[in-house]
Every structure is written in structure tokens, then in C-alpha cells.
Design a protein around this ligand. Structure first.
Ligand code: 5RP
Length: 309
């Protein structure tokens, strides 16, 4: 371990990526095995190298939060418009039809509810179960600076070992404690550690100052969380800036399913992520679609019936 007396602040984040990529569309992942790259390609579109993930795993520690009271009503109509769904195995089996084409990013950690210390998580999914459910990736919280930091990093490393053996990528989700300063310096630390320990992609928050240094210093793709519900215009601006500054996509929950027009919102987010729309153009699209209440989905929502019905 380096001498802790000489920890100099990093400053050189410039230049294009020169890492081995083997022609694969995702940074740092060209050297992975075929099954791993195949699963990653179900999440990140090969033509754009980006993803719009719909996150609705909040119930694993929050219970039925606003907008997720009835997954069959709120999420099913949106599912065909997402490149990937981030969810629990319970939600998958009870609600999502196996015919849904989106990639499946399965929540693999949990334990404490909102009533307890959130960093006190364990692994909650076996690799056999992940294979049985044909998971495209496994998601786990990493609490850098949190009370149970070491255990969460160890849990993630165990999951990476299991995922490598089965060809299933791991998404490390940077979980930020209330006491943590949400700045680029913190997120460089919180994203780089999981990548160094083998996570194939990392989810974090956008920050106004220096977000490009977070994406530049992470050797694997970064996607951003949507965070708490804000006005649609603001959420689209965050998505635009994150993509412009090197993010490989968004994993958005509340800013989609708590929107007044969720289908219009996910369509507008797709336009930013995949089609190069500016935030202003995407907001115009949102307003038009919300007004007509007929946002086009990438497949017919009516084609999806709840699982088990
Ligand atoms: C839970 C998560 C959520 O999936 C994540 O917070 C995304 O949802 P939102 O956009 O609502 O923040 O990782 O810890």
C-alpha cells in the first residue's frame, strides 16, 4: 500500500481512452469473455454504446414508495421503452413477462430497511438464481465512507468473482451517506474503487462541477442515477450534461415513474441518451407528448401482460 503521507490530489484527466477494447462498444470491457459481452450488449445498445435503464428496485429497502404502489400499473407500460430494467427478483417474477425484451439488472444486495443503518447490507441473491433468471447483470450497493464500507466492498468483490465465473456483469451502485460531501472528488473515489475491484459498470450521481473527471478516471462505463424527483426540464438537463461529460447512460427511477407523464418522460430521456437531443429539444418533445398523452413506445405496451396472469 502506498505511503498515506504522500496522497497527492489527482489532476490529469485529459486525453482519449487508450485502454484495450478489442472493438467492443463499452470502455474497458473488450477483454471480457463472450457471455459477459453478450449480456452487456443487452443493456448498452451496440449502435450508441449507451443505455436507458429504468430503476424500480426501491422497494427492496423502502417498501411501496410513491409511484411504485402497483408495479403492474406504473411500470409495465414503461418497460418496452427501457433498454434495461433494474429490479428485484420478486418484482421480476411477479410482474415482468418473460417476453419483455429489455435487459434485466437484478438487485443482489439488501438487508436493512429505511428504519436501520442502510450500509449494513448482505448479498441477497445466489449466482444460481441469477443464472436461472437469465440476469443480464447484478446490482449491488457500495458504501464508500459508510459505516459498513469494508463489508460492502467485500460483498461486491464476492459478487464479481461469482459473476465472472458465470459470465454475468456486476453493476456497483455508489451509495452516498447523508454525511458525505457529494462532489467530484468523492465520486472519483467511490467509482474508481469498485472498478479497480472488478465491477463491469458503475452507477453514481451527476455533479455540476467536474463530472467529466469522474467519468475520465473510471476505467469502465458510468451511468447516472436520476435521484429525487425534480421538474422534468431539470432532469433532462442533468441527463444531457451527464452524457455530454462522458456518462454511458442513465438509470432513472423517480424522475420517470413519478412524472406526470412517465411515458413521455422516458421517451424524452431516450432522445437525449441515444439520439443526441439537447435538453431543450427533449423537453419540447416531452411537452408535446405529454399534451397528446400518446408518447410512442419502442414496442407496444399493450403487448405486455403482467407475469403470471
Ligand atoms: C437504490 C437504487 C435506485 O435504483 C436508484 O436510486 C435509482 O433510482 P432514482 O432514479 O429514483 O434515484 O440504486 O439504491
Amino acid at each position: 500500500m502506498p505511503d498515506l503521507d504522500d496522497l497527492r490530489e489527482a489532476s490529469d484527466f485529459t486525453g482519449s481512452s487508450a485502454g484495450a477494447n478489442g472493438g467492443f462498444h463499452l470502455k474497458g470491457l473488450g477483454g471480457q469473455d463472450w457471455g459477459m459481452r453478450s449480456r452487456l450488449s443487452r443493456i448498452f445498445r451496440p449502435d450508441t454504446g449507451k443505455t436507458v435503464m429504468l430503476a424500480f428496485d426501491h422497494g427492496y429497502f423502502q417498501g411501496p414508495t410513491s409511484g411504485l404502489e402497483r408495479l403492474d400499473r406504473s411500470i409495465l407500460p414503461l418497460a418496452p421503452s427501457a433498454d434495461a430494467l433494474m429490479l428485484t427478483r420478486g418484482a421480476l417474477r411477479t410482474t415482468i413477462p418473460a417476453s419483455n425484451p429489455a435487459g434485466i439488472v437484478l438487485r443482489a444486495s439488501g438487508g436493512p430497511s429505511v428504519l436501520k443503518e442502510l450500509s449494513d447490507e448482505q448479498l441477497t441473491l445466489s449466482i444460481d438464481e441469477a443464472v436461472r433468471l437469465d440476469a443480464s447483470a447484478l446490482a449491488i450497493q457500495v458504501f464508500i465512507g459508510g459505516e459498513h464500507e469494508t463489508r460492502s466492498v467485500a460483498n461486491m468483490s464476492t459478487l464479481v468473482d461469482q459473476g465472472q465465473a458465470a459470465g454475468i456483469p456486476v453493476l456497483a451502485v455508489t451509495a452516498v451517506g447523508r454525511e458525505m460531501v457529494r462532489d467530484a472528488r468523492y465520486f472519483r473515489l467511490a467509482t474508481r474503487i469498485p472498478a479497480e475491484l472488478g465491477a463491469q459498470f458503475v452507477k453514481t450521481y451527476f455533479v455540476e462541477e467536474g463530472f467529466e473527471t469522474v467519468t475520465a478516471s473510471c476505467p469502465v462505463p458510468i451511468i447516472i442515477a436520476g435521484g429525487k424527483k425534480v421538474p422534468e426540464k431539470e432532469a433532462l438537463e442533468v441527463a444531457y450534461k451527464a452524457i455530454d461529460q462522458g456518462a454511458a447512460g442513465v438509470d432513472m427511477g423517480r424522475n420517470i415513474f413519478q412524472s406526470e407523464s412517465p411515458l413521455a418522460m422516458i421517451t424524452a430521456v431516450r432522445s437525449v441518451v441515444h439520439d443526441g437531443f439537447t435538453a431543450a429539444e427533449a423537453y419540447e418533445q416531452f411537452l408535446d407528448l405529454a399534451a397528446s398523452s400518446s408518447a410512442p413506445a419502442s414496442a407496444s405496451a399493450s403487448a405486455l401482460e403482467p407475469a403470471g396472469v
